[in-house]
Design a protein around this ligand. Structure first.
Ligand SMILES: [Zn+2]
Length: 191
């Protein structure tokens, strides 16, 4: 029987996802994001019990809100991915704003944990026409937002052309590896 390696990843959105993705500033709703930080020691203990190294996607806003938890993740030997500044959907942003969001996320992860992330996961799993170019410009090695495979990494394409009355035109392969993600554990529309 063929065996596959499965990588566990966690999106540590905390408060940021509720503010930006859900669009609330209600203290009760914000508390749901706080629970994410409260749960980090439990998740780390579980991973430690089974000796599993995982990856955590962390927005810059979360790093500043919960620096101790982010450093706990780092000190336990887990990987930290870029996950936006305040969990923005890149497809909602113009290029200048998307660039700034990318920089703010990088600045926060470095300031809090000394981390320069190799990977990026888009909040909302969505990208803009500029995202892949920006990721390569800022030196990212891989993305984990796409779902065209299950167990095997692959190179992403950029510049696909979609037209209403013509065939789909595949773009060119780019120097960015995709670690495809399966969205298995969802309890709310926000992820
Ligand atoms: Zn997220």
């Amino acid at each position: 029987m063929e065996r596959f390696t499965v990588c566990l990843t966690f999106d540590f959105d905390a408060i940021s996802g509720w503010i930006t993705t859900v669009g609330t500033r209600n203290p009760s709703m914000i508390s749901r994001g706080e629970f994410g930080a409260f749960a980090i020691p439990r998740i780390l203990a579980l991973l430690d019990r089974y000796d599993i190294a995982a990856s955590f996607a962390v927005p810059g806003h979360t790093a500043y809100a919960y620096p101790d938890e982010v450093r706990m993740i780092r000190d336990a030997g887990h990987e930290i991915l870029h996950h936006g500044w305040m969990h923005e959907n890149p497809s909602d942003l113009d290029e200048a704003r998307e660039r700034r969001v990318l920089e703010q996320g990088l600045e926060a992860l470095h300031a809090v944990a000394g981390v320069v992330p190799a990977g990026y996961r888009s909040p909302a799993w969505d990208i803009s026409p500029h995202t892949l170019g920006l990721l390569m410009e800022y030196g990212f090695f891989y993305d984990s937002s796409f779902m065209a495979r299950d167990f095997h990494p692959y190179y992403l394409r950029d510049g696909d052309v979609i037209s209403a009355d013509g065939p789909y035109v595949f773009g060119r392969e780019v120097e960015l590896v995709e670690m495809p993600v399966a969205w298995q554990i969802v309890s709310h529309r926000m992820v």
